[in-house]
Design a binder for this molecule. Structure first.
Ligand code: AMP
Length: 289
């Protein structure tokens, strides 16, 4: 596995691979890798000649007061895991490599970036799309891999690719969970034992709602209520949002009509909660991203 820190160097390498007709798979991450990230890497390895992984804790997707400085970093363990999976190139740019002095260009997918997580974190997705577009330009992947755990992010990136005619296929993969149901997340390392126990209400609520939908429940408001009830059992939990939205537009089904029904082929049910100081997200999807 080749470790590259400089943009100019990886660009040169990618040019060489493209010239030789090799397909390129790309997995952008912020590190502290778990099986969720590694499932993306494994898929990329299966589908491409060359797999590139980036680790970059992207400052522009954190608002002031969020956990940018505290975000977990465990580079040696990450490097070992990626080497074992046979990753070809690990791109590890420094902050100034991506955002040199005087940097001032941003890309924003307007509407879907302002709902769900975008309401609580209004500058978050602009940071994500900016860095992802930059990384796409640097790595020039044929396929890029994203997890459905961050479903809104995947929808937004797909929209950016479509709107800007980018020459990359976005592949999304299922949420990987711990045995107790908690969706794997680098931020789970923040949780105390009690918080982790409380956090399980999130996956439990979503699973329950998904089962009810499987049994024929269709009203968006009822789906939300099932999740809300489950989350209210946890004392340490504060709900950020619970939404049932169209997977394409991210607009809530029950916005103008409290009796509105979901589209069983195109629905994202997503929730975000605070457990102490840690913000966690989870979802289930009916349809395809
Ligand atoms: P991050 O390092 O949090 O930016 O995540 C990098 C990629 O891994 C994103 O595409 C995430 O959606 C994906 N990812 C994170 N957690 C999971 C998970 N539990 N299951 C599947 N994919 C995940």
């Amino acid at each position: 596995m080749k470790l590259i820190k400089a943009t100019a160097e990886i660009k040169k390498d990618m040019k060489k691979h493209r010239f030789r007709g090799r397909s390129i798979g790309f997995v952008p991450t912020m590190g502290t890798l778990h099986q969720g990230h590694l499932s993306l890497v494994e898929q990329s390895k299966k589908e491409n000649n060359i797999t590139v992984v980036s680790i970059f804790v992207n400052p522009t997707q954190f608002a002031p007061g969020e956990d940018f400085a505290a975000y977990p970093r465990d580079f040696e363990t990450d490097k070992k895991a990626l080497r074992e999976l046979g990753v070809d190139i690990l791109f590890l740019p420094g902050g100034r490599e991506i955002y040199p002095d005087g940097y001032s260009t941003y890309v924003e997918v307007e509407k879907p970036g302002q709902v769900l997580c975008g309401r609580t974190r209004p500058t978050h997705f602009r940071g994500v799309t900016t860095v992802v577009l930059k990384l796409f330009n640097i790595v020039t992947p044929d396929n890029a891999y994203f997890g459905r755990k961050d479903a809104q992010q995947a929808v937004i990136i797909k929209k950016m690719v479509k709107d800007l005619d980018l020459d990359v296929t976005i592949r999304t993969l299922p949420i990987v969970r711990a045995a107790d149901g908690l969706a794997l997340s680098s931020r789970n390392t923040y949780l105390s034992r009690d918080e982790r126990e409380a956090a399980l209400a999130l996956s439990r609520g979503l699973r329950k709602a998904e089962q009810f939908v499987g049994d024929g429940l269709r009203k968006a408001a009822d789906i939300k209520q099932i999740i809300e009830k489950e989350l209210e059992t946890g004392e340490l939990i504060k709900i950020d949002y619970i939404e049932v939205v169209s997977l394409t537009t991210l607009e809530p089904f029950d916005a103008g009509n409290k009796d509105a029904e979901i589209d069983v082929n195109n629905t994202l049910t997503a929730a975000a909660i605070w457990v102490g100081k840690t913000r966690l997200i989870d979802n289930f999807i009916l349809g395809d991203i």
